[in-house]
Design a protein around this ligand. Sequence first.
Ligand SMILES: *Cc1c(COP(=O)(O)O)cnc(C)c1O
Length: 396
Amino acid sequence: MNRPIYLDNQATTPPDPEVVKAMLPYFQEKFGNAASVHHSYGQEGKEAVEQGRRVMAESIQGSPREIIFTSGATEAINLALKGVAEKYIDRGQHIITQVTEHKAVLDTCNYLVRKGWKVTTLPVDSKGMVNPSHVTNAITRETVLVAIMHANNEIGTIQPVQEIGTICRQKNILFMVDACQSFGKLDLNVKSMNINLLAATAHKLYGPKGIGFLFVSQKDPKVELQIQMEGGGHERGFRSGTLAVPLIVGFARAVELSLECINKENLRLGELRDQLYSGIRVIHPEVILNGSRDKRLAHNLSLCFPGLDGETMIMKMKGIACSTGSACSSASLEPSHVIKALGRDTELAHSAIRFSLGRFNTTAEIDTAISVINRVVRDLKEKKLHRRRIHADGFE
Ligand SMILES: *Cc1c(COP(=O)(O)O)cnc(C)c1O
């Protein structure tokens, strides 16, 4: 069976074959529990985990003891937000975030609101960008934490985290960054960016699903966290549960591979993205680009197709796999909260489609994708025109 061309790399990426190869021994003969330090099986596992921890730390200029492995970014974000909220409750009960965050952040903030916290959700401009001065203005004496993502998963907009980090530092407020979409794709430096908490996940950079980490600054400032998972005291007590050694090994390999080719890959994916964009635009010049033109991830192309329905389009584009927005909000009939935040009306928001490219896409695939998209768009436009004519005739 011919499988559709995969253009949904911001929902998840196919694992790199090198990643799978690195993991395999840890699913088989190297099966030891990393906490079983009294024999070579366990030691082998522990060494692999600590090696992985060093790779994560180095990739963001943190130190290994600042990395807590979790089941993914959703868990890391929950640990960061709830962990900080519970620990710093005496300092104040106010958090600042922004409207295009992932549901993992927004829903955890909603949980905290139910617990009595105040949350300020900042707006974005028409390109999806947060204005750092809005952050400054939103800070009160009660503010404990600011949570702003690095790059958006639907529209690819890159937030000014450096500026926001500086503001937070001056005001002595903790800064959390959801770096799922930028980790291994953009430069990340927790020191120069003044990031105190950072969440990342392996399956967005060609690693396995089910493994992520939370970076927690341990020095200048030392961030306190209320433990959210009781048990055997793994991860310095912050996240009990037997470590997923094979997944950590795969995650580490994925990070190494991504960092080795970060610039080359961004260049190549940017070219493929431009190829796709111009291929659609020459035939359908009315499409609207969502997100910032220059401050965006190279592999994201989010478009609104005025007058058409994104959901219908995707169903008809059998030859390609893409999505209307994030994988999470696709389940509901509501248009994406991210597209709406750009100021698009509901109808236009329903016409949004996200194409997200990845390491294994080729120029030939993009050519095929362009013809699939253009055929479907043309057919739907013709059908609409036809319906309008019948409708008009009916009134004559
Ligand atoms: C994928 C993603 C998450 C969730 O990560 P999981 O590891 O799947 O839980 C959170 N935030 C953003 C921006 C994402 O893209």
